[in-house]
Ligand binder design. Structure first.
Ligand SMILES: Cc1cc2nc3c(=O)[nH]c(=O)nc-3n(C[C@H](O)[C@H](O)[C@H](O)COP(=O)(O)OP(=O)(O)OC[C@H]3O[C@@H](n4cnc5c(N)ncnc54)[C@H](O)[C@@H]3O)c2cc1C
Length: 471
């Protein structure tokens, strides 16, 4: 440890002994509640469409296209709203799915919704054209122009579709990998403009909503179900939490070259509900940083005084974290994530960390309630020099009677038989691995290897808990 700086106002807080802060609220909401809710609302939407004569339209090819246009519009919008709810950071969604699964489903709902809304535009344009013979290019263009520009609500809907397609294009993995996170995120926000334009279009000319007040009001309520949690949990709750706690950087400790621990303090820290293993979005409130939130996991158990994060310099912002001045104000969004003790299913635990993925597991290593001998941490790092927090890991292992295995070396050094992350390697090191909960965090490649090994060994999906450090 080569450098340590301390803010003067922190000294007062350190006079108090650490306490356990409250745990975040557990919602009595289960995955099947979520599935039934989504399915139930889908069935109600389908019933509304049938009630408005949707099925009767299948009397001619053109009318059938109109019907398909209606259905794809309704379900395309519904999926977009489900996608927004999934990303609302509502704690009941986070608790049921976790941030990884929520963002995977958000992606699926988002792409499917764009396909549906594209199909709606195509089917409706042809369906309402009234053509009975093959149209000329001029007729096709005239129909598109009339439908997308001249008709009431047409222009807004066209812009909405164009924005949705743009967002889908930049979200394709190959495109996203070439964009800075902020660029991608900024473009992603166009979804809200698209949703607003689509909403106006639906209420103005949607067959299901013009002239049926119940359907209209229910549709508005559906938008509220998606947007109210988003407003509360993405904006209002973080705002009030930060106004209350007024977080600031207490000290920055350089752990090794390129890795620093950021200790954050604030008011009433013992009242902040949080669990070891969770993560926060951190916005540094200075001219360069206020507009970007970067996610980081707690690297030690919350103690009612500090939150500690350990940050590896992988890009511009994480590099700046290494040099932050004590006293700098920060805005925290969170806590999020379910890589916590709340998901335990077994007495015995194996924590598997790769590289900087050690951070949440270091926190869990410290606080997970286990009997002596029931917990092990396997920490995989490319080299001895890249291992972080080694001294404290050893101290915790000793104090808690836990096993600590630090395995270093490039993965090319290992053969299939001696790779500690292969099924054979894991089985040989932890013969009781099937009786353990596995907490896993590391690079995407390392996590994929371990997940496959665990499946091969026969560890069930419910025993494996993970956090991905990727977007
Ligand atoms: C849930 C979660 C917990 C994390 N915990 C830690 C931790 O404890 N310690 C640690 O060192 N790193 C952690 N990370 C990774 C960390 O967030 C990124 O390394 C950091 O945001 C990079 O930002 P940058 O501007 O320095 O780098 P960039 O050059 O912008 O990107 C470097 C890498 O980080 C990814 N990244 C950039 N911004 C974000 C973002 N807002 N959300 C997700 N990924 C992003 C990029 O895709 C790229 O792969 C975590 C990531 C997630 C998703």
């Amino acid at each position: 440890m080569s450098r340590m700086t301390t803010a003067s106002r922190a000294s007062a807080t350190r006079q108090f002994a650490p306490t356990s802060p409250p745990l975040p609220r557990r919602w009595s909401f289960t995955p099947s509640d979520l599935n039934w809710g989504v399915l139930g609302i889908g069935l109600i939407i389908a019933a509304m469409w049938v009630r408005h004569g949707g099925l009767d339209l299948f009397d001619s090819p053109l009318n059938a296209l109109v019907a398909i246009g209606q259905l794809t519009a309704l379900f395309g919008t519904y999926l977009a709203l489900v996608g927004i709810l999934l990303m609302s950071r509502a704690p009941f969604i986070d608790q049921v799915l976790g941030s990884d699964e929520a963002s995977r489903l958000h992606r699926l709902a988002g792409f499917t919704s764009v396909w549906f809304i594209g199909a709606h535009a195509l089917a409706s344009t042809i369906g309402f054209s009234g053509v009975t013979t093959v149209p000329t290019l001029g007729e096709i263009w005239e129909q598109i122009y009339t439908f997308t520009i001249l008709e009431e609500g047409g222009l807004g809907a066209t812009v909405a579709l164009a924005l949705l397609i743009l967002v889908a294009l930049v979200s394709i993995r190959a495109a996203r990998a070439r964009l800075a996170y902020e660029t991608w995120y900024g473009i992603h926000l166009y979804v809200y403009i698209a949703m607003a334009l689509g909403f106006l279009h639906q209420l103005a000319i949607g067959t299901d909503f013009v002239g049926d007040e119940l359907a209209r009001n229910s549709w508005i309520a559906l938008y509220a179900v998606a947007f109210v949690p988003l407003i509360i949990f993405r904006f209002l709750e973080p705002l009030f939490r930060n106004l209350r706690h007024r977080f600031y950087i207490d000290k920055v400790v350089i752990e090794r070259d390129g890795v620093a621990s950021i200790w954050i303090a604030g008011n009433a820290m013992d009242k902040l509900p949080v669990r070891a293993g969770q993560w926060f979005g951190i916005r540094v409130l200075n001219a360069r940083g206020w507009w970007k939130s970067n996610p980081f996991s707690l690297s030690s158990g919350p103690n009612g005084i500090h939150l500690r994060f350990t940050v590896e310099a992988l890009g511009d912002r994480s590099r700046e974290f290494q040099n932050l001045e004590p006293g700098t104000r920060v805005f925290l969004e969170g806590p999020y994530g379910i890589l916590t003790g709340a998901v335990r299913t077994r007495e015995k635990v194996l924590l598997i960390a790769g590289g900087i993925g050690i951070t949440p597991l270091r926190a869990l290593f410290e606080v997970l309630p286990v009997r002596r001998g029931d917990m092990a941490l396997l920490y995989r790092a490319p080299s001895n020099a890249s291992v972080v927090l080694k001294r404290e890991l050893r101290r915790i292992a000793e104090a808690r009677g836990a096993r600590l295995d630090i395995v270093t070396g490039s993965r090319d050094q290992f053969t299939f038989n001696d790779d500690p992350l292969s099924p054979g390697g894991l089985w040989a090191a932890y013969p009781d691995i099937r009786e353990r909960d596995i907490y896993l965090c590391g690079s995407p490649r390392m996590m994929a290897t371990v997940e496959k090994s665990l499946r091969d060994i026969g560890v069930s999906k419910g025993q494996i808990h993970l956090e991905r450090f990727s977007w």
